[in-house]
Design a protein around this ligand. Structure first.
Ligand code: SAH
Length: 365
């Protein structure tokens, strides 16, 4: 019988040999448990989980077992001898603490996880490092924001697992994704987590790195081209431009900004780039206006960057929310607020033409 228990914040005592219990320990750590280990150590083993596990001395008599067991919420024995099993059963019964047993882990070599930034959707914007990681992968966990059209070609030897929303299916939640990454690496697999844009820009990449390192799984990150810069660029909008904007701020519009944040943003005087900002656009534009930004400030929304249906909508701070709603602007889209938007106003120039124009301008400077 399988029972799933939420172990977040719970104290779990693992009794067994550190090496044989490493999968059990890693799964407990990945679920947010505080893990105590009573058992032998492997001499000289590369034990990355060691720092997060509290070692306790193996009890020598009934009282010591009972004291130890009664201070935790769950006990898991892993491949222990019959004398230890008897002592544990007695102590758990006395202390009324749950006891379960798991088989020892086979001594498989540990796999690894690479978080790969896949860029904003166009395969041309994958890095060489991203392609190398994909080519070596045994399993790729992806979602709709990454470049996925040619995934089976880029990762020919890999099982492809969709952890994003698909029609009729909920997205796999973040904790489950982290557990899947850890479990696959513990099973010795070379794992790629492919993410849209850059893994560390609103991509929850930091959480996935932490989950892996907490579980003792080696993890590396391959940076990606972020939509925050590339999508405005694809619509001919440079996020900085000499004498027009010398700073840009990237902000999440996932939840409405607080009044003090709006005041700071409006006061910065550079370009503001908003990701996940379609839903909160009316709140943002009204807030910036309240915070003193002038009504005529140019704003652009670039939808579905790098796809055949890329579309740019331009207006002013005062008008953009109403226009976006009239035109049915949808996510994914990047909102750009600032004078740099004017630079793209000769229709939808491509980045290439824009760069050509900019280069010509520079040579005549
Ligand atoms: N890590 C990603 C961002 C994840 S948040 C990155 O660095 O790009 C998801 C948001 O990114 C979307 O809501 C949208 O605002 C933006 N986005 C990502 N890809 C996009 C695209 N191709 N076109 C427009 N917006 C995009």
């Amino acid at each position: 019988m399988d029972i799933s228990v939420n172990l977040a914040g719970r104290r779990v005592l693992v009794v067994g040999h550190a090496g044989e219990a490493r999968h059990t320990i890693a799964r407990c750590l990945a679920s947010g448990a505080r893990v105590y280990l009573a058992g032998d150590d492997d001499e000289g083993r590369d034990d990355r989980a060691a720092e997060t596990v509290v070692r306790v001395v193996l009890p020598q008599n009934r009282l010591e077992w009972r004291t130890l067991v009664s201070s935790v919420d769950l006990v898991i024995s892993v491949g222990v001898d019959s004398a230890t099993t008897d002592a544990l059963e007695r102590a758990s019964r006395d202390a009324r603490v749950w006891l379960t047993a798991e088989p020892p882990s086979p001594t498989l070599p540990l796999g690894r996880v690479t978080l790969v930034g896949g860029g904003p959707g166009d395969g041309q914007l994958l890095t060489v490092a991203a392609l190398t990681a994909l080519r070596e992968a045994d399993v790729v966990f992806f979602d709709r924001l990454g470049p996925v059209a040619r995934l089976s070609e880029w990762a020919p030897g890999a099982e492809l697992v969709n952890v994003g929303k698909t029609p009729g299916h909920h997205a796999v939640n973040q904790t489950e994704i982290e557990q899947k990454l850890v479990e696959a690496a513990l099973a010795g697999r070379t794992v790629v987590r492919l993410k849209g844009g850059d893994p560390f820009v609103f991509g929850r990449g930091g959480e996935e790195v932490l989950a892996c390192s907490r579980a003792g799984v080696p993890v590396t990150v391959v940076s990606g081209v972020t939509s925050a810069i590339a999508v405005p660029g694809a619509a001919g909008i440079p996020v900085t431009h000499r004498e027009i904007s010398r700073l840009f701020t990237v902000v999440s519009g996932h939840t409405p900004l607080a009044e003090s944040e709006l005041v700071h943003l409006a006061g910065l005087g550079g370009t503001i780039v908003v990701l996940m900002g379609v839903g909160t656009l009316p709140h943002l534009t009204a807030g910036l206006a309240r915070a003193g930004m002038r009504a005529s400030m140019p704003v652009a929304i670039v939808e579905k960057g790098f796809s055949t249906s890329q579309r740019t909508t331009r207006a002013t701070l005062a008008d953009i929310a109403a226009l976006a709603s009239r035109l049915g602007v949808l996510s994914p889209a990047v909102v750009v607020i600032g004078e740099v938007v004017r630079l793209s106003e000769q229709l939808d120039v491509t980045t290439a033409t824009f760069l050509q124009d900019a280069a010509a301008e520079l040579t005549t400077d």
